[in-house]
Design a protein around this ligand. Structure first.
Ligand code: ADP
Length: 192
């Protein structure tokens, strides 16, 4: 299996690039943000709990997202690989993911980390908020809180995978096609 983590701060383009990558490489897309928004839309107890955190720009508790990913892995056996988008976001999530994958006889192949400056991130998120229908994208305070969460809790996830030599940094500014092509080069180098 080929299991990829697409990493980066909120607004770095993970969602956009994920769509292109899964189409080209036929990977199963697991976005915790999308999974959580589906739970909210379906008004499940999990969704209702998660919403309180998401509305404030805070991370949802680890056990909630880990449980969700565990179910998704079980529900998708037999795929060519997974693309994790927005997960893992804490070191505890990374450790849990490694264990879950090990139980399935597989592991993370590579983490591709998109790098974008903070001013550009805020601009992109506010722009996205005009059309995305996502309430967490319209309020600058919530956006800054999400970037703060990224810096204090999520950035460490890259160090975790660096210890295993699995991180490749990719410039996340430029055209969508340029960034996609740089991502594909790294994926191709590891698939061959
Ligand atoms: P973005 O990357 O633009 O912040 P996401 O859709 O990935 O958007 O996430 C939206 C929100 O969902 C986050 O701000 C957070 O509250 C919650 N969330 C998503 N993934 C996780 C995760 N792995 N752990 C904890 N919370 C998460």
């Amino acid at each position: 299996m080929f299991n990829l983590i697409l990493f980066g701060p909120p607004g770095s383009g993970k969602g956009t690039q994920s769509e292109k990558i899964i189409e080209k490489y036929k990977l199963k897309h697991l976005s915790t943000g999308d999974l959580l928004r589906s739970e909210i839309a379906a008004q499940t107890p999990l969704g209702l709990e998660a919403k309180n955190f998401m509305d404030k720009g805070q991370l949802v508790p680890d056990e909630v997202v880990i449980g969700m990913i565990s179910s998704s892995l079980d529900a998708n056996s037999g795929v060519a690989g997974f693309l994790f988008d927005g997960f893992p976001r804490t070191t505890a999530q990374a450790e849990a993911l490694d264990k879950l994958l090990k139980l399935k006889g597989t592991s993370i192949s590579v983490m591709l980390a998109l790098e974008v400056s903070e001013t550009e991130l805020v601009q992109r998120l506010l722009n996205r908020g005009k059309t995305s229908g996502r309430s967490d994208d319209t309020n600058e305070t919530v956006i800054r809180a999400r970037i703060q969460e990224y810096e204090t809790k999520t950035a460490a996830v890259a160090s975790y995978y660096e210890d295993f030599d699995k991180v490749v940094k990719i410039k996340g500014e430029g055209t969508i096609e340029e960034i996609f092509s740089n991502l594909c080069s790294e994926i191709d180098a590891r698939l061959s």
